[in-house]
Write a protein that binds this ligand. Structure first.
Ligand SMILES: Nc1ncnc2c1ncn2[C@@H]1O[C@H](COP(=O)(O)OP(=O)(O)OP(=O)(O)O)[C@@H](O)[C@H]1O
Ligand code: SF4
Ligand SMILES: [Mg+2]
Length: 373
């Protein structure tokens, strides 16, 4: 589908901080989880934006903030030119119809006691789209056809389907209210690899058919590669890098993206043997106590003592020949690293400082990016 210049979703300086509370009698806020900590991104009409990053980096929270299910602590989200947080009551309900979610675990999001027919009708009724029962029946059959399920599925219950089929029902449910944007949060992570490609292909077909815009959230770069027009790489609540999908795969510039890419196997055994691997040591720091300066400095093989530990890098346009302006990187030294002027050094595994607030705030991620993938 052609991507328009028109912006559908405009995320401006969004932060979502969750308070950490302690105490039985006095409910005291003792700190915050900085789940999303300053994100700017735009999604154009007809575009698929892939958002990737390790577990706990804030992808789902950002997705929920776009739907205003998690009201931002700071910043705003404009949808189709309207600040969602400014809407109330009927207006908000109407806008919500335009934005639907597809979840990782369709079993968890589909009520097991309802037939597929009643699951699909639920949303349509809520938005007044099922007043004429004949038209609603036609619509249900169209929806099933669109997601590749037989009409007989209408009378069945979620447990009677395979994981891939259940995800098709989840997608049909999202489609049932004619949304403009679908936020798909890890839509294929729970599925077998063979089924993953089918569901991704289905999402692509539906995009063309219904003129949809997608935000696809995944921890696996391979999942977003083929479906995305652009990709944002997230690390500890912020974007580390953003660019066109192919550009990101051919020329990752942020050290974190370089490490993520180096963990993805290459099919050609000769290239696979020779290519550079960047293994990240150290844990993903806690979002309750993120490192000062560049958030990636505790794990970065190119960390420099000037700047990296003290100044937080902005997501910026880089000055490298042939790199387009929409390829932005949050690294002070992106140019010098790309030019080979700075060499990667070994990073000693360092204990990421735990929050001062005790074990309740233990938000450690996987030991390495490779493990996360
Ligand atoms: N309601 C909440 N209250 C407190 N902390 C929360 C809440 N929701 C999320 N968090 C914390 O915010 C951080 C980001 O969580 P989020 O679910 O957005 O990450 P994610 O990137 O989607 O991870 P995953 O890949 O595991 O789904 C995590 O440390 C998480 O524990
Ligand atoms: S700013 Fe410094 S620590 Fe951060 S990614 Fe760049 S080189 Fe590494
Ligand atoms: Mg998530």
């Amino acid at each position: 589908m052609t991507v328009s210049d028109e912006v559908l979703v405009d995320v401006k300086g969004v932060k979502v901080h969750f308070p950490i509370r302690k105490g039985v009698i006095f409910d005291k806020t003792v700190g915050h989880v900085y789940a999303v900590d300053g994100v700017d991104l735009q999604i154009h009409k007809g575009e698929t934006y892939g958002l990737v990053g390790e577990s706990g980096c804030g992808k789902s929270t950002l997705g929920r903030a776009i739907l205003n299910l998690e009201p931002p602590t700071a910043g705003s989200v404009d949808f189709d030119g309207v600040d969602i947080a400014s809407l109330k009551g009927e207006e908000l309900r109407h806008k919500r119809q335009d934005i639907q979610m597809v979840f990782q675990d369709p079993m968890g999001s589909l009520d097991p006691r309802q037939t597929v027919e009643s699951l699909l009708l639920e949303g349509m009724k809520a938005h007044g789209l099922a007043k004429d029962s004949k038209a609603a029946g036609t619509r249900l059959r169209e929806l099933l056809k669109a997601v590749g399920l037989p009409v007989a599925a209408l009378k069945k219950y979620p447990h009677e389907f395979s994981g891939g089929q259940r995800q098709r029902i989840g997608i049909a449910r999202a489609l049932s209210v004619n949304p403009k944007l679908i936020v798909a949060d890890e839509p294929v992570s729970a599925l077998d690899v063979s089924v993953q490609a089918q569901v991704i292909n289905l999402l692509e077909e539906l995009q063309d058919e219904f003129g949809l815009t997608y935000l696809v959230v995944a921890h696996d770069l391979a999942v977003v590669r083929h479906i995305s027009d652009r990709i944002g790489v997230m690390y500890l609540g912020a974007l580390a890098e953003e660019s066109d999908a192919e550009e990101l795969y051919t020329r990752p510039l942020h050290p974190y993206t370089r490490a993520l890419m180096s963990a993805v196997p290459v099919p050609d055994p000769l290239i696979e043997d020779r290519r550079e691997r960047i293994l990240l040591t150290g844990d993903l720091p806690s979002p309750a106590n993120p490192p000062k300066g560049c958030r990636f400095h505790t794990r970065c093989p190119w960390r420099q003592e000037t700047k990296c530990d003290t100044e937080r890098p902005e997501l910026r346009v880089v000055e490298i020949d042939g790199v387009p302006a929409n390829h932005r990187v949050a690294c002070h030294f992106a140019e010098q690293i790309e030019a080979g002027e700075l060499k990667a050094h070994e990073v000693k595994a360092q204990l990421t400082s735990q929050s001062d607030h005790g074990s309740e705030t233990d938000f450690m991620g996987p030991a390495s990016v490779t493990e996360a993938l």
